[in-house]
Ligand binder design. Sequence first.
Ligand SMILES: C[S@@+](CC[C@H](N)C(=O)[O-])C[C@H]1O[C@@H](n2cnc3c(N)ncnc32)[C@H](O)[C@@H]1O
Length: 297
Amino acid sequence: MNRSPFFYVGDKYKLMKQLSGYFPHDVNRLIEPFCGGGSVFLNFHAKNYLANDKNKHMIKLHKFLKSYANNRNSFYKKLEQQIKHYGLSASYLGIMVSDELKSKHKKTYYAVFNKNAYKAVKDDFNKNKNDLLLLYILLIYGFNHMLRFNSSGDFNLPVGNVDYNKNVRTALDAYFDFIESNEIVFSCLDFVDFVKGITFESGDFVYLDPPYLISKCEYNKGWDEKCESALLNLLDELNSKGINFALSNVFNHKGRSNEMVIEWSKKYKVKPVKSNYISYYDNTIKEDTTEVLITNY
Ligand SMILES: C[S@@+](CC[C@H](N)C(=O)[O-])C[C@H]1O[C@@H](n2cnc3c(N)ncnc32)[C@H](O)[C@@H]1O
C-alpha cells in the first residue's frame, strides 16, 4: 500500500486493504469528491482519476507535487536546500539530533531541536503564502503532520516530534511514481458542485469519504445535517443513473448513532469495515464504532 506524503489525519491508509476487497474491478475513472491526502486514489487502479476536496491548501499541495511529476529530483533538491537553510533536522539526510539532546528529551527531541527553525519557516510562509514548498515543510515537521490556519489565514500549528525521515521520502517517491504514470485531475469545489459538473460515463466509479457527522475532526467543522442530506440525495441520483458508488461512514461512534445514514443505507448494501478506532494495543478498549462501506453494486 502506498502511504500518502500528506499523512492526512483520518486517512484511509490503514483501511485500504479491506476497502479494496469491496471495490469494483475494471474501473475506467475513479471519482473522489473528498480525496483528502489521496490515500485512496494512490492505491486504486483506474485509467483516469478525478480528485476533489474543499480544502484549498490540500489541493494546492497536490497540484504542487504534481507539477514536479517528471522532475522529482528538482523537488528533492529544493526541499533539501530549504531544510538545510533553516537548520531543521533530517534523519533521511543524516542531519541528526545529538545523543545528548536525545537522552535529555527522550520522547520529544525532534520537537525540541526543530522548534526555532520551524517557527522561522512558519513566519516566512505567513509572509508569502504562495511558497508551497514552505507549506509542505510545515506539514512534514508540524504537529501530527496537520495543516491548520487561524481566522486571519495564518498557518498556526506548533512543531511536531517528526522530521524528514525515510517514511516521508518513501511516501514522496510513491506519490511521484503514481502521478508520473497516471492521469489525475484535481479540483477544489464543494462536493455538490463537483459531482454536478461531471459528465458521467460507463466505467465511472465514485468513492466518497466525507466528514462523519457523528465523529470529531478538524475537517468535520461545517459538516451538518444539511450537507449529509444533500450528499445522500446526490447518491440516490447517481444510483438512478446507474453509476456505481461506495460511501464510507460510521453508523455508531462513542455512543452516538447516525440515524439518517442508517435508515438511508437500507436501500443499498452495507459492508462491515474493521475500524482503526479499535485500539491495536489493547483490543478490550473498543470505542463503540461501527464503520461501514455502503455500496449500490
Ligand atoms: C475523511 S476526509 C477524507 C480523507 C481521505 N479519504 C484520505 O484518505 O486522505 C474528508 C474530507 O472532506 C473534505 N470536505 C469537507 N467538506 C467538504 C465539502 N463540502 N466538499 C468537498 N470536500 C469536503 C475535507 O476537507 C476532508 O479532506
